[in-house]
Design a binder for this molecule. Structure first.
Ligand code: S3P
Length: 437
C-alpha cells in the first residue's frame, strides 16, 4: 500500500481500515527554532537532541550560519551542535537572509536583528511575502530599530537597521508568541526592562528557554518581562515531540473505527495543549501516561482510541493554545455528531494560507455542512464524507489534515502539492502508513 505521487505532486490518500500501533513524532517546531536562536546568542556549544529536520527549522539554521555561527546538524541522529559566539558575536550577513516559508524564523530573528549594529535583509517565499510583519515592526521601531519594506508596506522583503534599543511596555493587539518573542529577544539588548502584555497567553517556549540560558525573565498572567543580560550560557536542549504533529494521529485514532494509537514523548506544555481539552469536551478517549518534565517542558505519551464524538464550542483563551491544530480539529468536528463552533480565531486568516477559507472550501467539497465566519467556522458534523481534490495552497497543515480526512471518505481523495508537509513533518506519510499494517 503506497501513497502515490505523480509528476504534479498529486497524492492519492489511502483509505483506512483501522489504525493501530505506536509512533514518535518529530521534534517540536517552535522549540527547535528557539534552540538555534538562543544557542547562536549564547557563549559555548549548545547541544540539541530531537531537533526537527523540517524545512522551516533548516531555514533558521542557514540564516544564523550566514551570520557567522558554526552549526553542525546531524540529519541521521537529529542532534545539532550550535557553537555560539555570545550575545554580540553575530556578523553582518553578506547576502539576503532567506527564511523560506517560516514565519517563526522571520519574526523571532527580526527581534534579534533589531539590536545588531548592522543592517540585514529578510526575504522568503510567496506565502511569507503576504504575511503581516507590521505586528513586529511597530514594537521594534518603538524600541529604536528601523525597518524598510522593499516591496509591499509591512511585508517581506524588508531591511532592518539595528541599533541601540530601549525597553518598552508593549500591549500587543494579538495573542502571538512570535510577536511576544521578537520583543523579548530584542529586550535582551535593550536599555531597561522590556515587557509584553497580550490579550490571551500564547505559547511560552521563549520564556522557558531564556530562563534556562540564564536570562532574567518573569511571567505574570499574560505579561512577560525581560531584563537586559550581559551573557547567555550554552545549554543542552532535549526537544519533545511536537503536539501539533501528534494532532493528526490523535484525530486519526479517534475517528477511524477499531483503532488505537500511542504517540510517545509529546510536549504537553499547558500553553499548547488546547487540543487535549477539546478532545475531552468532545467525548474522546484520550489517556496520558509517563508524564514528566524535560528541559523545563512537560512531556507525556498520548494514547487515543476510537470514540463517538460530539460537537462543542471552541473560543476565547483556548484559541492560542491550539491555533495550529484548528485545521485537524475542523476535520474531527466533521466526524462528530452535532455542531462545532470555532470563534475568536481570526488569526487563521494570516497563517501559511487563509485557513478559514481553505478549510471551508475543502471540507465543503467533501460534503461537509460548514460555514466560514469572520473569526472561525461552524461545522455540522456526522454526515459521510466523499472523496474530492484538495487544494492545499501549499500549506503543510492543510495537506496533513486532508490526508487524515481522505482516509475515511467514500471515493478517492487527491491532495495537490502533498510534499509541502516537508515544512514541519517530512516523514508524515511514511509514519501514517506504519499504522495501517
Ligand atoms: C509559533 C507561534 C504561532 C504558531 C506558529 C509557531 C511560534 O504563531 O502559529 O506555527 O513558534 O512562536 P503566532 O505567534 O503568529 O500566533
Amino acid at each position: 500500500m503506497k501513497y502515490m505521487t505523480d509528476k504534479e505532486a498529486i497524492m492519492k490518500a489511502i483509505h483506512f481500515k483501522n489504525l493501530k500501533g505506536e509512533l514518535t513524532v518529530p521534534g517540536d517546531k517552535s522549540i527547535s527554532h528557539r534552540s538555534v536562536m538562543l544557542g547562536a546568542l549564547a557563549k559555548g556549544t549548545t547541544e540539541v537532541t530531537g531537533f526537527l529536520q523540517g524545512a522551516d527549522c533548516l531555514s533558521s539554521i542557514s540564516c544564523f550560519q550566514k551570520m557567522g555561527v558554526e552549526i553542525e546538524n546531524n540529519k541521521e541522529t537529529n542532534v545539532v551542535h550550535i557553537h555560539g559566539n555570545g550575545l554580540h558575536g553575530l556578523k553582518a550577513p553578506s547576502s539576503v537572509l532567506d527564511v523560506g516559508n517560516s514565519g517563526t524564523t522571520t519574526r523571532l530573528m527580526s527581534g534579534i536583528l533589531a539590536a545588531q549594529p548592522f543592517s540585514s535583509t529578510i526575504d522568503g517565499d510567496a506565502s511569507i511575502r503576504k504575511r503581516p510583519m507590521g505586528r513586529i515592526m511597530t514594537p521594534l521601531r518603538e524600541m529604536g530599530a528601523d525597518f524598510q519594506s522593499l516591496q509591499t508596506e509591512q511585508c517581506a522583503p524588508f531591511t532592518i537597521s539595528g541599533g541601540h534599543l530601549h525597553g518598552i511596555h508593549y500591549y500587543s493587539p494579538v495573542a502571538s508568541a512570535q510577536v511576544k518573542s521578537a520583543i523579548l529577544l530584542a529586550g535582551l539588548y535593550a536599555e531597561g526592562n522590556t515587557s509584553v502584555t497580550e490579550p490571551y497567553l500564547s505559547r511560552n517556549h521563549t520564556e522557558l528557554m531564556l530562563k534556562a540560558f540564564g536570562a532574567e525573565i518573569k511571567s505574570d498572567g499574560t505579561t512577560a518581562s525581560v531584563f537586559p543580560v550581559s551573557e547567555l550560557t550554552a545549554q543542552h536542549i532535549s526537544v519533545p515531540g511536537d503536539i501539533s504533529s501528534a494532532a493528526y494521529f490523535i484525530v486519526a485514532g479517534l475517528v477511524t473505527p477499531h483503532s488505537e494509537i500511542t504517540i510517545r514523548n509529546v510536549g504537553i506544555n499547558p500553553t499548547r495543549d488546547g487540543i487535549l481539552t477539546v478532545c475531552e469536551n468532545m467525548g474522546a478517549n484520550v489517556r496520558l501516561s509517563n508524564i514528566k518534565e524535560d528541559t523545563g517542558e512537560l512531556v507525556a505519551d498520548i494514547t487515543v482510541s476510537t470514540s463517538s464524538l460530539h460537537g462543542c464550542t471552541i473560543e476565547g483563551d483556548i484559541i492560542p493554545k491550539l491555533i495550529d491544530e484548528i485545521p485537524i480539529i475542523a476535520v474531527m468536528a466533521a466526524f462528530a455528531e452535532g455542531t462545532t463552533i470555532i470563534k475568536d480565531a481570526q488569526e487563521l486568516k494570516v497563517k501559511e494560507s487563509n485557513r478559514i477559507d481553505v478549510m471551508v472550501k475543502n471540507l465543503s467539497s467533501m460534503g461537509v455542512e460548514i460555514e466560514g465566519t469572520d473569526d472561525g467556522m461552524i461545522i455540522h458534523g456526522g454526515r459521510p464524507l466523499h472523496g474530492t481534490s484538495i487544494d492545499t495552497r501549499s500549506d503543510h497543515r492543510i495537506a496533513m489534515s486532508f490526508a487524515i480526512a481522505g482516509g475515511l471518505t467514500e471515493g478517492d481523495t487527491e491532495i495537490a502539492d502533498a510534499e509541502c508537509v516537508n515544512i514541519s513533518y517530512p516523514d508524515f506519510y511514511t509514519d501514517l502508513q506504519q499504522l495501517m499494517k
